[in-house]
Ligand binder design. Structure first.
Ligand SMILES: Nc1nc2c(ncn2[C@@H]2O[C@H](COP(=O)(O)OP(=O)(O)OP(=O)(O)O)[C@@H](O)[C@H]2O)c(=O)[nH]1
Ligand SMILES: [Mg+2]
Length: 388
Protein backbone atom coordinates (compact mmCIF):
# COMPACT_ATOMS: atom_id res chain seq x y z
CA UNK A 1 0.00 0.00 0.00
CA UNK A 2 1.51 3.40 -0.92
CA UNK A 3 1.56 6.47 1.32
CA UNK A 4 -1.65 8.02 -0.14
CA UNK A 5 -3.68 4.88 0.55
CA UNK A 6 -2.51 4.87 4.17
CA UNK A 7 -3.64 8.50 4.57
CA UNK A 8 -7.10 7.63 3.13
CA UNK A 9 -7.47 4.65 5.45
CA UNK A 10 -6.62 6.72 8.55
CA UNK A 11 -9.12 9.43 7.49
CA UNK A 12 -11.95 6.84 7.03
CA UNK A 13 -11.24 5.32 10.46
CA UNK A 14 -11.35 8.78 12.08
CA UNK A 15 -14.72 9.59 10.47
CA UNK A 16 -16.22 6.21 11.52
CA UNK A 17 -14.95 6.62 15.07
CA UNK A 18 -16.55 10.08 15.33
CA UNK A 19 -19.90 8.75 14.08
CA UNK A 20 -20.00 5.90 16.59
CA UNK A 21 -19.18 8.34 19.38
CA UNK A 22 -22.12 10.60 18.47
CA UNK A 23 -24.60 7.68 18.42
CA UNK A 24 -23.43 6.30 21.78
CA UNK A 25 -23.64 9.75 23.39
CA UNK A 26 -27.19 10.18 22.02
CA UNK A 27 -28.29 6.84 23.51
CA UNK A 28 -26.78 7.76 26.92
CA UNK A 29 -28.88 10.94 27.00
CA UNK A 30 -31.96 8.74 26.55
CA UNK A 31 -32.44 10.03 23.05
CA UNK A 32 -32.72 8.04 19.88
CA UNK A 33 -32.01 8.79 16.31
CA UNK A 34 -35.24 6.98 15.40
CA UNK A 35 -37.96 7.37 18.06
CA UNK A 36 -40.43 5.20 16.17
CA UNK A 37 -38.16 2.19 16.01
CA UNK A 38 -37.22 2.68 19.66
CA UNK A 39 -40.91 2.58 20.64
CA UNK A 40 -41.50 -0.48 18.53
CA UNK A 41 -38.62 -2.18 20.28
CA UNK A 42 -40.13 -1.33 23.66
CA UNK A 43 -43.43 -2.93 22.60
CA UNK A 44 -41.77 -6.02 21.19
CA UNK A 45 -39.21 -6.58 23.93
CA UNK A 46 -40.26 -5.30 27.33
CA UNK A 47 -37.47 -5.16 29.91
CA UNK A 48 -37.79 -7.42 32.91
CA UNK A 49 -40.36 -6.08 35.37
CA UNK A 50 -41.62 -3.57 32.82
CA UNK A 51 -45.02 -4.01 31.20
CA UNK A 52 -45.03 -3.80 27.41
CA UNK A 53 -46.41 -0.48 26.21
CA UNK A 54 -49.20 -2.20 24.31
CA UNK A 55 -50.43 -3.91 27.47
CA UNK A 56 -50.61 -0.61 29.31
CA UNK A 57 -53.23 0.66 26.88
CA UNK A 58 -56.90 -0.13 27.44
CA UNK A 59 -58.12 -2.14 24.44
CA UNK A 60 -60.49 0.58 23.31
CA UNK A 61 -60.41 -0.76 19.75
CA UNK A 62 -62.74 -3.55 18.72
CA UNK A 63 -61.12 -6.90 17.98
CA UNK A 64 -61.69 -6.59 14.24
CA UNK A 65 -59.68 -3.43 14.10
CA UNK A 66 -57.04 -4.41 16.57
CA UNK A 67 -54.86 -6.12 13.99
CA UNK A 68 -54.65 -2.89 12.02
CA UNK A 69 -53.28 -0.86 14.90
CA UNK A 70 -49.52 -0.61 14.68
CA UNK A 71 -47.23 -0.57 17.68
CA UNK A 72 -46.45 3.04 16.79
CA UNK A 73 -50.08 4.13 17.04
CA UNK A 74 -50.51 2.30 20.33
CA UNK A 75 -47.47 3.83 22.01
CA UNK A 76 -48.21 7.30 20.65
CA UNK A 77 -51.64 7.11 22.29
CA UNK A 78 -50.23 5.91 25.61
CA UNK A 79 -47.56 8.57 25.64
CA UNK A 80 -49.62 11.56 24.64
CA UNK A 81 -53.33 10.92 25.23
CA UNK A 82 -54.89 12.85 28.08
CA UNK A 83 -57.24 10.75 30.22
CA UNK A 84 -60.59 10.95 28.44
CA UNK A 85 -63.93 11.06 30.24
CA UNK A 86 -66.13 8.21 29.02
CA UNK A 87 -68.63 9.55 26.50
CA UNK A 88 -72.17 9.99 27.80
CA UNK A 89 -74.41 7.22 26.46
CA UNK A 90 -76.16 8.34 23.31
CA UNK A 91 -79.88 8.83 23.90
CA UNK A 92 -82.54 7.01 21.92
CA UNK A 93 -83.55 10.41 20.59
CA UNK A 94 -80.09 11.00 19.14
CA UNK A 95 -79.83 7.51 17.74
CA UNK A 96 -83.13 7.92 15.94
CA UNK A 97 -82.21 11.29 14.49
CA UNK A 98 -82.95 10.25 10.91
CA UNK A 99 -86.32 8.72 11.67
CA UNK A 100 -87.26 11.76 13.70
CA UNK A 101 -86.40 14.05 10.81
CA UNK A 102 -89.54 13.15 8.87
CA UNK A 103 -91.76 13.71 11.88
CA UNK A 104 -90.20 16.79 13.38
CA UNK A 105 -90.79 18.94 10.29
CA UNK A 106 -94.44 17.93 10.16
CA UNK A 107 -94.92 18.38 13.88
CA UNK A 108 -93.19 21.74 13.94
CA UNK A 109 -95.43 22.85 11.12
CA UNK A 110 -98.64 21.53 12.74
CA UNK A 111 -97.80 23.13 16.07
CA UNK A 112 -97.34 26.47 14.31
CA UNK A 113 -100.97 26.48 13.04
CA UNK A 114 -103.82 28.24 14.76
CA UNK A 115 -106.38 25.57 13.84
CA UNK A 116 -106.67 21.97 12.63
CA UNK A 117 -107.53 22.07 8.93
CA UNK A 118 -107.21 19.58 6.05
CA UNK A 119 -103.58 20.41 5.46
CA UNK A 120 -102.77 19.37 9.05
CA UNK A 121 -104.15 15.89 8.41
CA UNK A 122 -102.29 15.67 5.12
CA UNK A 123 -99.06 16.60 6.78
CA UNK A 124 -99.42 14.05 9.55
CA UNK A 125 -100.41 11.32 7.12
CA UNK A 126 -97.41 12.10 4.90
CA UNK A 127 -95.07 11.98 7.90
CA UNK A 128 -96.43 8.58 8.96
CA UNK A 129 -96.12 7.22 5.43
CA UNK A 130 -92.58 8.51 5.03
CA UNK A 131 -91.74 6.74 8.30
CA UNK A 132 -93.20 3.70 6.52
CA UNK A 133 -95.82 2.66 9.06
CA UNK A 134 -97.95 1.62 6.09
CA UNK A 135 -101.32 3.01 5.04
CA UNK A 136 -103.26 0.62 7.31
CA UNK A 137 -101.48 1.79 10.45
CA UNK A 138 -101.61 5.45 9.41
CA UNK A 139 -105.38 5.22 8.97
CA UNK A 140 -105.88 3.36 12.23
CA UNK A 141 -103.95 6.08 14.04
CA UNK A 142 -105.49 9.14 12.40
CA UNK A 143 -109.18 8.16 11.95
CA UNK A 144 -110.00 8.04 15.69
CA UNK A 145 -108.19 11.37 16.13
CA UNK A 146 -110.35 12.96 13.39
CA UNK A 147 -113.44 11.88 15.28
CA UNK A 148 -112.11 13.36 18.49
CA UNK A 149 -111.39 16.65 16.73
CA UNK A 150 -114.96 16.62 15.30
CA UNK A 151 -116.48 16.09 18.72
CA UNK A 152 -114.32 18.80 20.25
CA UNK A 153 -112.41 16.38 22.47
CA UNK A 154 -109.20 17.58 20.82
CA UNK A 155 -109.32 21.34 20.46
CA UNK A 156 -106.09 22.45 18.82
CA UNK A 157 -102.79 21.44 17.25
CA UNK A 158 -100.97 20.96 20.58
CA UNK A 159 -103.62 18.59 21.86
CA UNK A 160 -103.63 16.76 18.51
CA UNK A 161 -99.90 16.03 18.60
CA UNK A 162 -100.13 14.90 22.24
CA UNK A 163 -103.02 12.60 21.34
CA UNK A 164 -101.15 11.18 18.34
CA UNK A 165 -98.19 10.36 20.53
CA UNK A 166 -100.49 8.65 23.05
CA UNK A 167 -102.19 6.59 20.32
CA UNK A 168 -98.87 5.45 18.92
CA UNK A 169 -97.72 4.27 22.33
CA UNK A 170 -101.06 2.56 22.95
CA UNK A 171 -100.80 0.70 19.62
CA UNK A 172 -97.52 -0.80 20.80
CA UNK A 173 -98.54 -1.44 24.40
CA UNK A 174 -99.14 -4.80 26.01
CA UNK A 175 -96.81 -7.02 23.97
CA UNK A 176 -94.54 -9.46 25.78
CA UNK A 177 -91.03 -8.40 24.83
CA UNK A 178 -89.10 -10.78 27.07
CA UNK A 179 -86.70 -13.24 25.45
CA UNK A 180 -87.71 -16.61 26.85
CA UNK A 181 -85.51 -19.30 28.37
CA UNK A 182 -86.94 -22.52 29.75
CA UNK A 183 -84.15 -24.24 31.68
CA UNK A 184 -86.52 -26.98 32.93
CA UNK A 185 -86.91 -28.25 29.37
CA UNK A 186 -83.20 -28.42 28.51
CA UNK A 187 -80.88 -26.04 26.75
CA UNK A 188 -82.76 -23.01 25.43
CA UNK A 189 -82.19 -22.20 21.77
CA UNK A 190 -82.71 -18.84 20.12
CA UNK A 191 -82.79 -19.24 16.35
CA UNK A 192 -82.02 -16.21 14.17
CA UNK A 193 -83.52 -15.94 10.71
CA UNK A 194 -83.82 -13.26 8.05
CA UNK A 195 -82.84 -12.15 4.58
CA UNK A 196 -79.23 -11.44 3.59
CA UNK A 197 -77.29 -8.73 5.32
CA UNK A 198 -79.97 -7.58 7.75
CA UNK A 199 -77.73 -7.98 10.80
CA UNK A 200 -78.38 -11.51 12.11
CA UNK A 201 -74.79 -12.35 13.00
CA UNK A 202 -74.12 -8.92 14.51
CA UNK A 203 -77.29 -9.16 16.59
CA UNK A 204 -76.22 -12.60 17.86
CA UNK A 205 -72.86 -11.14 18.88
CA UNK A 206 -74.47 -8.23 20.71
CA UNK A 207 -77.01 -10.47 22.44
CA UNK A 208 -74.32 -12.98 23.42
CA UNK A 209 -72.50 -10.17 25.23
CA UNK A 210 -75.67 -9.11 27.00
CA UNK A 211 -76.50 -12.63 28.09
CA UNK A 212 -72.97 -13.42 29.28
CA UNK A 213 -72.91 -10.11 31.19
CA UNK A 214 -76.18 -11.08 32.88
CA UNK A 215 -74.71 -14.38 34.05
CA UNK A 216 -75.82 -16.92 31.43
CA UNK A 217 -73.49 -19.38 29.75
CA UNK A 218 -73.82 -19.10 25.98
CA UNK A 219 -72.79 -21.12 22.94
CA UNK A 220 -72.95 -19.78 19.40
CA UNK A 221 -73.89 -22.15 16.59
CA UNK A 222 -72.37 -21.18 13.24
CA UNK A 223 -75.20 -22.44 11.07
CA UNK A 224 -74.31 -20.23 8.10
CA UNK A 225 -72.18 -22.80 6.29
CA UNK A 226 -72.87 -21.10 2.98
CA UNK A 227 -70.11 -18.49 3.25
CA UNK A 228 -66.71 -19.42 4.67
CA UNK A 229 -66.34 -15.99 6.28
CA UNK A 230 -69.63 -16.29 8.18
CA UNK A 231 -68.27 -18.66 10.82
CA UNK A 232 -65.15 -16.50 11.23
CA UNK A 233 -67.37 -13.46 11.82
CA UNK A 234 -69.29 -15.36 14.49
CA UNK A 235 -66.06 -16.65 16.03
CA UNK A 236 -64.88 -13.06 16.50
CA UNK A 237 -68.09 -12.28 18.36
CA UNK A 238 -67.68 -15.43 20.47
CA UNK A 239 -64.21 -14.30 21.50
CA UNK A 240 -65.45 -10.82 22.30
CA UNK A 241 -68.38 -11.96 24.37
CA UNK A 242 -66.89 -14.96 26.15
CA UNK A 243 -69.27 -17.41 24.50
CA UNK A 244 -68.33 -20.83 23.12
CA UNK A 245 -68.83 -21.67 19.47
CA UNK A 246 -69.56 -24.76 17.38
CA UNK A 247 -68.66 -24.55 13.70
CA UNK A 248 -69.39 -27.00 10.91
CA UNK A 249 -67.40 -27.76 7.79
CA UNK A 250 -67.94 -25.33 4.93
CA UNK A 251 -71.03 -26.37 3.01
CA UNK A 252 -72.19 -28.70 5.81
CA UNK A 253 -75.91 -29.20 6.37
CA UNK A 254 -76.93 -26.30 8.65
CA UNK A 255 -79.24 -28.63 10.58
CA UNK A 256 -76.30 -30.83 11.55
CA UNK A 257 -74.41 -27.82 12.92
CA UNK A 258 -77.24 -26.73 15.16
CA UNK A 259 -77.75 -30.34 16.30
CA UNK A 260 -74.06 -30.65 17.27
CA UNK A 261 -74.20 -27.25 18.97
CA UNK A 262 -77.15 -28.24 21.13
CA UNK A 263 -75.51 -31.58 22.00
CA UNK A 264 -72.32 -29.82 23.06
CA UNK A 265 -74.26 -27.21 25.04
CA UNK A 266 -76.32 -29.75 26.91
CA UNK A 267 -73.25 -31.94 27.64
CA UNK A 268 -71.54 -28.89 29.15
CA UNK A 269 -74.71 -27.60 30.84
CA UNK A 270 -74.61 -24.37 28.86
CA UNK A 271 -77.82 -22.36 29.33
CA UNK A 272 -78.35 -20.92 25.89
CA UNK A 273 -77.54 -21.63 22.24
CA UNK A 274 -77.72 -18.69 19.82
CA UNK A 275 -78.09 -20.24 16.38
CA UNK A 276 -77.02 -18.30 13.30
CA UNK A 277 -78.43 -19.16 9.88
CA UNK A 278 -77.51 -18.06 6.38
CA UNK A 279 -79.43 -15.12 4.99
CA UNK A 280 -82.10 -16.18 2.51
CA UNK A 281 -84.80 -14.66 0.38
CA UNK A 282 -88.21 -15.10 1.93
CA UNK A 283 -89.76 -15.99 -1.43
CA UNK A 284 -87.42 -18.92 -2.18
CA UNK A 285 -89.42 -21.92 -1.05
CA UNK A 286 -86.51 -24.40 -0.90
CA UNK A 287 -84.58 -22.07 1.38
CA UNK A 288 -87.58 -21.57 3.63
CA UNK A 289 -88.03 -25.36 3.78
CA UNK A 290 -84.40 -25.72 4.82
CA UNK A 291 -85.08 -23.30 7.67
CA UNK A 292 -88.10 -25.30 8.84
CA UNK A 293 -85.80 -28.33 8.95
CA UNK A 294 -83.15 -26.45 10.96
CA UNK A 295 -85.82 -25.57 13.49
CA UNK A 296 -87.07 -29.19 13.71
CA UNK A 297 -83.60 -30.70 14.04
CA UNK A 298 -82.61 -28.14 16.67
CA UNK A 299 -85.16 -29.78 18.96
CA UNK A 300 -84.22 -33.40 18.15
CA UNK A 301 -81.76 -33.56 21.04
CA UNK A 302 -82.13 -32.15 24.51
CA UNK A 303 -82.79 -28.54 23.61
CA UNK A 304 -85.88 -26.45 23.05
CA UNK A 305 -86.31 -23.52 20.68
CA UNK A 306 -87.69 -20.85 22.99
CA UNK A 307 -87.30 -17.98 20.53
CA UNK A 308 -87.20 -17.72 16.75
CA UNK A 309 -86.10 -14.18 16.11
CA UNK A 310 -86.63 -12.60 12.73
CA UNK A 311 -84.11 -9.86 12.03
CA UNK A 312 -85.41 -7.05 9.82
CA UNK A 313 -83.39 -4.14 8.47
CA UNK A 314 -85.38 -0.95 9.17
CA UNK A 315 -84.19 0.58 5.92
CA UNK A 316 -86.15 -1.99 3.90
CA UNK A 317 -89.40 -0.43 5.13
CA UNK A 318 -92.62 -2.15 4.16
CA UNK A 319 -90.77 -5.02 2.48
CA UNK A 320 -89.97 -6.12 6.02
CA UNK A 321 -93.64 -6.93 6.43
CA UNK A 322 -93.58 -9.37 3.49
CA UNK A 323 -90.44 -10.96 4.95
CA UNK A 324 -92.10 -11.32 8.35
CA UNK A 325 -95.12 -13.08 6.82
CA UNK A 326 -93.03 -15.72 5.02
CA UNK A 327 -90.57 -16.37 7.82
CA UNK A 328 -93.40 -16.61 10.33
CA UNK A 329 -95.08 -19.24 8.15
CA UNK A 330 -91.86 -21.29 7.86
CA UNK A 331 -90.48 -21.08 11.37
CA UNK A 332 -93.08 -19.72 13.79
CA UNK A 333 -91.37 -16.40 14.52
CA UNK A 334 -91.72 -15.37 18.18
CA UNK A 335 -90.16 -11.95 17.97
CA UNK A 336 -88.54 -9.40 15.71
CA UNK A 337 -85.29 -7.50 16.01
CA UNK A 338 -85.35 -4.33 13.91
CA UNK A 339 -81.78 -3.33 13.05
CA UNK A 340 -80.17 -0.23 11.56
CA UNK A 341 -82.74 2.11 13.07
CA UNK A 342 -79.83 4.49 13.55
CA UNK A 343 -79.49 5.03 9.82
CA UNK A 344 -83.10 4.88 8.74
CA UNK A 345 -85.95 7.31 8.24
CA UNK A 346 -88.32 4.32 8.32
CA UNK A 347 -88.76 3.37 11.95
CA UNK A 348 -92.42 2.79 11.14
CA UNK A 349 -91.84 -0.87 10.27
CA UNK A 350 -92.08 -1.46 14.03
CA UNK A 351 -95.78 -0.50 13.94
CA UNK A 352 -96.52 -2.49 10.81
CA UNK A 353 -94.99 -5.71 12.18
CA UNK A 354 -96.68 -5.41 15.55
CA UNK A 355 -100.13 -4.30 14.55
CA UNK A 356 -100.57 -6.21 11.31
CA UNK A 357 -98.83 -9.46 12.26
CA UNK A 358 -99.04 -9.37 16.04
CA UNK A 359 -95.35 -10.23 16.39
CA UNK A 360 -93.62 -8.26 19.14
CA UNK A 361 -90.51 -6.24 18.38
CA UNK A 362 -88.16 -7.34 21.15
CA UNK A 363 -84.91 -5.51 20.47
CA UNK A 364 -83.74 -2.77 18.16
CA UNK A 365 -80.29 -2.31 16.66
CA UNK A 366 -79.08 1.27 16.66
CA UNK A 367 -75.46 0.90 15.54
CA UNK A 368 -72.69 -1.57 14.80
CA UNK A 369 -71.02 -1.75 18.20
CA UNK A 370 -71.65 -4.29 20.93
CA UNK A 371 -73.76 -1.93 23.06
CA UNK A 372 -75.89 -0.79 20.14
CA UNK A 373 -78.69 -3.26 20.76
CA UNK A 374 -81.42 -2.16 23.13
CA UNK A 375 -84.65 -3.69 24.40
CA UNK A 376 -87.53 -2.14 22.54
CA UNK A 377 -89.40 0.37 24.69
CA UNK A 378 -92.51 1.81 22.96
CA UNK A 379 -92.76 5.07 24.88
CA UNK A 380 -89.06 5.80 24.54
CA UNK A 381 -89.33 4.97 20.84
CA UNK A 382 -92.41 7.12 20.20
CA UNK A 383 -91.03 10.01 22.25
CA UNK A 384 -87.82 9.86 20.23
CA UNK A 385 -89.79 9.75 16.99
CA UNK A 386 -92.55 12.26 17.64
CA UNK A 387 -90.83 15.23 19.12
CA UNK A 388 -89.97 18.52 17.55
N1 LIG B 1 -75.80 0.96 11.46
C1 LIG B 1 -76.06 -0.29 11.82
N2 LIG B 1 -75.44 -1.31 11.20
C2 LIG B 1 -75.74 -2.57 11.58
C3 LIG B 1 -76.69 -2.84 12.59
N3 LIG B 1 -76.77 -4.19 12.72
C4 LIG B 1 -75.92 -4.72 11.83
N4 LIG B 1 -75.30 -3.77 11.13
C5 LIG B 1 -74.32 -3.92 10.05
O1 LIG B 1 -74.93 -4.58 8.95
C6 LIG B 1 -73.97 -5.34 8.24
C7 LIG B 1 -74.47 -6.76 8.04
O2 LIG B 1 -74.55 -7.38 9.30
P1 LIG B 1 -74.47 -8.96 9.50
O3 LIG B 1 -74.63 -9.21 10.95
O4 LIG B 1 -73.29 -9.53 8.82
O5 LIG B 1 -75.77 -9.38 8.70
P2 LIG B 1 -76.31 -10.87 8.43
O6 LIG B 1 -77.78 -10.80 8.47
O7 LIG B 1 -75.65 -11.83 9.36
O8 LIG B 1 -75.79 -11.09 6.94
P3 LIG B 1 -75.75 -12.49 6.13
O9 LIG B 1 -75.17 -13.51 7.03
O10 LIG B 1 -74.88 -12.17 4.94
O11 LIG B 1 -77.14 -12.78 5.71
C8 LIG B 1 -72.68 -5.26 9.06
O12 LIG B 1 -71.86 -4.30 8.49
C9 LIG B 1 -73.15 -4.81 10.43
O13 LIG B 1 -72.17 -4.12 11.15
C10 LIG B 1 -77.34 -1.72 13.23
O14 LIG B 1 -78.20 -1.84 14.11
N5 LIG B 1 -76.99 -0.48 12.80
MG1 LIG C 1 -74.59 -13.57 8.99
Amino acid sequence: MDQNNWIYLVLILLVLGFGVGVVVAGRRRGGSTNPASARQQAVAEPQQGQAPLAAAVEPSVELDDAADVTADEISDESAEAEPVEPAAPTSMRDRLARARGAFSDAIGSVLGRSAIDDSVWEELEDALLIADVGIGVATSLLDPLRERVDTGDIDGPDALIAALRESMITQLAGANRELAMRPDEGTSIWLFVGVNGVGKTTTIGKLASRQVASGSTVLLSAGDTFRAAAADQLQTWAERSGAEIVRGADGADPSSVVFDAVERASAKRIDLVLADTAGRLHNKQNLMDELSKVRRVAEKGSGVVTETLLVIDATTGQNGLAQAREFAAATGVTGVVVTKLDGSAKGGIVFAVETELGIPVKFVGVGEQVDDLVPFDPSEFVDALVSN
